[in-house]
Design a protein around this ligand. Structure first.
Ligand SMILES: [Zn+2]
Length: 309
């Protein structure tokens, strides 16, 4: 399913809904419970978050119970402000990442107007080292947040946090929130509906879009995906792209393994970082959206990660 025109609310199992961002934009979701909807992720800016909330009100028509943030990145949390009337639940590391990146709050929220802080919240703490001022690659990132929706970014933090795991017992279902260690960033959780055999992977899975590796723990990410593959799952909702299945998770893991292998071979062969960024290619994946924009920076990030181990 490609969805270039607008986001879409799709029902992936009885009482389980996925909000699929347009053209690979970030996804969200909602799970029906007797105490109201558990909302998963909040979109990349308030205008889209309101659209998501309105679609839930129109098509599911249930009160909202709680918002769950799968991780700290801005494209999943900037819309928290639209759900600030609800409790907001995340892993403790998500709140720590926000506190460290954003410093003291003004009241119950942060307000950001400067480019580096916005970029760090969207792409990770090391982004300005990966794409320093003066680097022509920065133009893509300036364009990425050029919409007026990003002029002033207000972030509402999680109001409740947990470590490692959390569960909602429903009459006929258990919803597991699991943290398995650093992966795409630090604080990624998955939302697993055991009986419905549905899992929301957040940004552990990019489907139909080349992944961003800037602030990832590459070995950890590959390990977490191996763990996902041991589960009994019928529907996988990625952080970006259409709902899919475990076969797509396996293919995505294989791509990360291929990237890690190519960069680690370059390091073993004594290539400089610049040479690796220029000459490490994965032609079999070059047709994937964002490959051209992100592969050189992913190689740079993976090179630094693997050298630092
Ligand atoms: Zn992310």
């Amino acid at each position: 399913m490609t969805n270039p025109t607008g986001p879409q609310l799709v029902t992936v199992a009885p009482g389980v809904h996925a909000w699929i961002g347009a053209g690979g934009d970030s996804n969200a979701g909602a799970i029906d419970t007797p105490d109201g909807l558990l909302v998963i992720d909040a979109q990349q800016y308030p205008r889209l978050a309101r659209q998501f909330r309105e679609a839930l009100a129109e098509k599911v028509a249930k009160p909202l119970r709680m918002l769950i943030d799968t991780h700290c990145h801005l494209d999943h949390t900037h819309g928290n402000v639209v759900f600030a009337d609800l409790p907001i639940l995340a892993h403790a590391k998500t709140l720590t990442a926000m506190d460290q990146a954003l410093g003291p709050r003004s009241g119950d929220r942060w307000t950001i107007t400067d480019f580096p802080t916005k970029l760090r919240m969207l792409f990770g703490q090391n982004i300005m080292e990966l794409v320093p001022d003066g680097d022509p690659a920065q133009a893509w990132f300036r364009q990425r947040i050029s919409l007026p929706d990003y002029d002033t970014v207000t972030i509402v933090p999680p109001s409740q946090t947990f470590a490692d795991e959390f569960a909602f017992q429903l009459p006929n279902e258990t919803v597991h929130l699991n943290y398995w260690g650093p992966a795409h960033c630090d604080g990624d959780i998955v939302v697993h509906l055991e009986k419905s055999r549905v899992i929301f992977l957040g940004d552990l899975l990019f489907h139909g879009r080349f992944p961003w590796l800037g602030d990832c723990d590459l070995d950890g990410w590959i390990d977490r995906l191996a763990r996902v593959l041991t589960l009994d799952i019928a529907v996988v909702v990625p952080g970006h792209g259409a709902p899919t299945d475990l076969a797509a998770v396996a293919r995505f893991r294989d791509m990360l393994i291929a990237l890690r292998g190519a960069v680690s071979q370059a390091i073993k062969s004594g290539w400089s970082e610049d040479a690796a960024v220029r000459d490490v290619h994965l032609p079999q994946y070059a047709g994937i959206n964002r490959y051209k924009d992100w592969m050189p920076l992913d190689v740079k990030a993976a090179y630094r990660y693997l050298r630092g181990k």
